[in-house]
Structure formats: structure tokens, C-alpha cells
Design a protein around this ligand. Sequence first.
Ligand SMILES: C[S@@+](CC[C@H](N)C(=O)[O-])C[C@H]1O[C@@H](n2cnc3c(N)ncnc32)[C@H](O)[C@@H]1O
Length: 471
Amino acid sequence: MHHLVVVRARVNGEEAPFVLDSGIGITLLGSAFARRAGVAARGDEFSGRRMSGQEVVLPLGEAGAIELGPFRREQASVGIRDLEGLPPELEGLGGFLSLDVFAGGVLTVDYARRELRTEPVEGVEVPLELHRDGPSLDAYLELALPSGRHVRVEVDMGSDVLILDERFAGDIGLDLADPSLDRREGTDETGCRYLRTFGVVSGAIQPVGAPALAQADPPVMLQSIVHDGLVGHGFLGRFAAVTWDLAASRLVVATAASAYDEVADAYSRALDPDCVDPVLAELVGDVAGSAVLSLACGQGRDARLLARLGATVTGVDVSDEMLARARRREAEEPLGIAYVRGDAQDLTPFPDASFDAVVCHMALMDIPRLRPAVASVARALRPGGRFVFSIVHPCYAGHVAIVTDYLLDHRYDKRVPVEWLPPYAHHRPLGTYVEELTRAGLRIERVVEVHHQAADEGGVPGLLYARVVKA
Ligand SMILES: C[S@@+](CC[C@H](N)C(=O)[O-])C[C@H]1O[C@@H](n2cnc3c(N)ncnc32)[C@H](O)[C@@H]1O
């Protein structure tokens, strides 16, 4: 599943995939795997609480040795439970590894490279409060909500979106009585009834004392729970890497590194530096003499196309490596383009209404948060200005075959990565694009669906282009 970190580990020498789950408390072995590894229930039990407050009682067994890479945890008490009913992609799972397995050391989850390491990263420190209850170990951090209120949330790699107790709805700008909110009632796998409300935080959340880690407008789920809340993969997984340094009770978060820094060379070799794209040019229209922002300009392909159409172009990208190639090309063949390092999700360096048009070619799928990006574009456009963008069509062709949840705005790992693109991207359903554009005051004027064999009629589209206009 897209938000889980799955690793191969061994219990008593028996190997299987395990979910690395900082929210599980106690390491849990599936009954079938426990039998294979020779771990039997020894007669005592562990009793813990689920987030909904329900008590969970697990028979305990003893694992002689749990090995995860260089970590070796001996004589560990583990819970044993049937793991039936897991999604098909978790078939064959040995169980869930808790923080206790590497409690004495340092473990780095490198999200950008998709690997685990034992060397710590350099980055922003976030103090953790560790809570031990016998064999169970949980970690909490203090999170500041947009209202300024501080809450103590569990750090749970096993969950995805931010989860908060319902009583904090007002602190994140939501009103539980708002009928437009998505509310779902149901029964969880333990038979416990729940009422969940899904929405988006108005404003930023950040670990207290770490403004560099602020996340603007994250999706959130509200429910009546025993904790203040939980932060999961939706928060951690957007950083380059996160080191769990449990001996020092802290996380170290490496924020740097755009995923494109790693592939800039290969990207530049794979694609012609001069973009020839008749659909893009047609949607952009007459930009001669206009101030145009090439957003997420990369090595400058579309920026150069715009400059050739007579626009005065500013190229913005978050990747230093991509920008270095764009600047090199500009030095070789000057077109008057200014390249600036910046984040599409926060264009505050540019004044309101400073551009006649914004063009974002093949990049919204690389930008983690759509809402702040679209809102930034709308703010930086003058009234009547155009925003033209192209994306991998979210509905068709290969794309829906590789995303795990069409209806969810989420980061997915590419099944067949190519060396000139990052191994992951962001999917959001078509309706989300329409909603975010509309919310930002951008009116859809044209949508063009294009398939790869441009010479053919019909076919199934791989790309979607749109032109929207600021009212
Ligand atoms: C597929 S490339 C497209 C580059 C260029 N527009 C083109 O068509 O060749 C995606 C670009 O988005 C940039 N990008 C990703 N996240 C970004 C962000 N938050 N702000 C600005 N640029 C971003 C990447 O660094 C990368 O250069």
C-alpha cells in the first residue's frame, strides 16, 4: 500500500516482509508466520488500546531474535494474531515491526531513495516523547495547529493522513456541522462503530519549534479518539529522509533535495532541451510582450518555448540541479529568461497579480500539495490572466493501472520506474483538479486530452492539458 514502509526482516532466521509500523506499539507476528518461525503463545497476554479506545488483548510469545538489517533484537516479547483480511498487496506478510526492534540505535527511512539506512541524516530535529509499556514502545511529538494550539500526536508510520480528535476541529478551521464535509459512518475490523469526517486543514501544521517542517493545508481525518491525534506517512513521507534516533528521543528530518536533483542528468539526456509542443503553444496563445511565469520549469524547456513566442519569462523550480541546466542553456543561447529557485506551493516572493500568464508543463503531478500551488498561481496572476498546465491524464491509460486509490489525493510509487524520472509522483482525481481550480477563482476555458500517438485520431489519452482564466 502506498503509505506503508515494507521491509524484509527475519524472526528466528525465518524471513518475510514486514510493515515498519511506529504506531503499532508491540511487534506483531501473523499466526501462520509465528508457527513457521517457531514462536508459540507462552500463556501471558498484552493488553493495549486502539485509537478508538477499544481494548485489544494479544497472546504473547517470545522471539529469540528479530533481525532487521544490522539490528538484532533478542528475546523480544511479541504479540501473535491472525492476519487474515489484509489487502492483497500485503499477502505473505510476516507481521508488523514496532519501534522496539531498533530502540537502541538509529534508523533512517530514506523516502527519496526508497531505502533504509543506519547512518543518520542531517536536518531539522524534532524532540520525541517515548512511551514504553512493557514490550510496547510508542513515540509522540508536539504539533502546532493553525490556531496556535499545541497537541501531542503519535507518530504512526502505519497511517497516512493526519488524524485528529474531533475536539480540535475549530483549531484547524473546520466546523463539524458543515454539511459539505465528507462524513462516513462505519464499523472497523474489531466491530467498533466510528464516525469519521474528512476535510482539509485551513493553514499549516508544524512540529513545535520546527517551522521548516510546516505543511500547508494537509488533508485530515477527524474522529473521536483516545489520543490528540496521529501524524503518519502523509507528513513524514514528503521529506527526503527521516532518521529515528530513539536513543536520543528525537527525529531528524532532512527536508532538502528535490527528487529531480537526483535525476537531472538523465532527464536532460532523455528530453530535448527545446520543447516542441503544438498543443501547449496553442493553449498559451499570444504571449508576445507578456510577463509569463514558467512554473516548475525544470531545465527550461517550456520557458524557452515561451520566450520564443515573445514573452518575458521567469522560470521557477525547486531543483537546483534542474535550474543549473536551465541556466547553462540560457548562457549558451540567451533568450532573456530569469531562473529563480522557488517552491510552486509558496510563490510569496512574487507580488500579487505580477504575471499575465502562468504555464506549468508536466509538473503538477510532481508537486505534493495541489491546493497551495493553485492558490499561489491564482494570486500571482493578474485578473484575466491565464494558467495553462499539462499533466499525466489521471483517468486513463497506464496511469490508473499504477495508482492504488483513484479517489485519493496521494503520493504513489511507480511500478516500473524509469531512470530519468523520480520513482514516485502524486495522483489526484480529476474532480480534485476541477475543485481546486474553481476554489482559487480560476475558470476552466479549455481542456484538451492528448494521446501518445499524436498522428492518430481517437485512442486513449495519456496527457491532459487545460487553460483556465482568473476571473
Ligand atoms: C517533469 S519535470 C517538468 C519540467 C519542465 N516543465 C518540462 O516540461 O521539462 C517536473 C519539474 O517539477 C519540479 N518541481 C517539483 N516540485 C516542485 C515544487 N514544489 N516547486 C517548483 N518546482 C517543482 C521538478 O523539480 C521538475 O523540474
